[in-house]
Design a protein around this ligand. Structure first.
Ligand code: 5GP
Length: 178
């Protein structure tokens, strides 16, 4: 089956506004020690994370790193069995950690990742997702920061791909049958 780009679901303007709001929320929640480590999940969250951190103030101790994980499944769904391809460079023990993910769908990937990172004893561990396909959840995951709740349709752009394509789009768009 071939696919092509469909309508815009979320415009670049709306994304940019929401990213600023989420950054503000994170800064407000950070507390006295004013430090946070954002863990971006490659490749989908790369654009979201890099936009997010640039909305945080200079006097805050903001660090970020990336993990690359593969969840077994077909091209559009995940099984939740996660294998780490690329791990964090530094320890997160005793740190305030926020996982930054492009989209939560069934929740299986994030739930497995939370288990992995929890076992490394961070001071706190939160979840920030740009998109939430809440209707599809198979396992409960506490999402601390969410950009947009979206319907159960496949989307691309702003980091999200279909078969490695369309990550570079500035807007988030539907994918439709050709
Ligand atoms: P979960 O384990 O929550 O079901 O899967 C989350 C992962 O599924 C995301 O990181 C992403 O790779 C993929 N995914 C789920 N829905 C979509 C979608 O609409 N578009 C894209 N590009 N990926 C999706």
């Amino acid at each position: 089956m071939a696919y092509k780009l469909g309508d815009v679901l979320i415009s670049r303007e709306d994304i940019s506004k929401r990213v600023k709001e989420i950054a503000r929320q994170i800064v407000n929640d950070t507390g006295k020690d004013n430090s946070v480590i954002l863990v971006g999940i490659l490749t989908g969250a790369a654009i979201f994370l890099t936009d997010l951190v640039r909305e945080m103030p200079e006097d805050m101790d903001v660090r970020f790193d990336f993990m690359s994980v593969a969840s077994y499944g077909d091209s559009t769904t995940s099984s939740g069995v996660v294998r780490i391809f690329h791990d964090l460079k530094n320890s997160i023990e005793g740190k305030n950690v926020i996982i930054v993910e492009d989209i939560i769908d069934t929740g299986l990937t994030l739930s497995h990742l939370l288990d992995i990172l929890k076992s490394r004893n961070p001071a706190s561990l939160k979840v920030c997702v740009l998109l939430d396909k809440y209707e599809r959840r198979k396992t409960e995951v506490k999402v601390d920061y969410c950009g947009f709740r979206i319907p159960d349709k496949f989307v691309v752009g702003y980091g999200l791909d279909y078969a490695s394509k369309w990550r570079h789009l500035k807007d988030i768009k539907y994918v439709v049958d050709e």
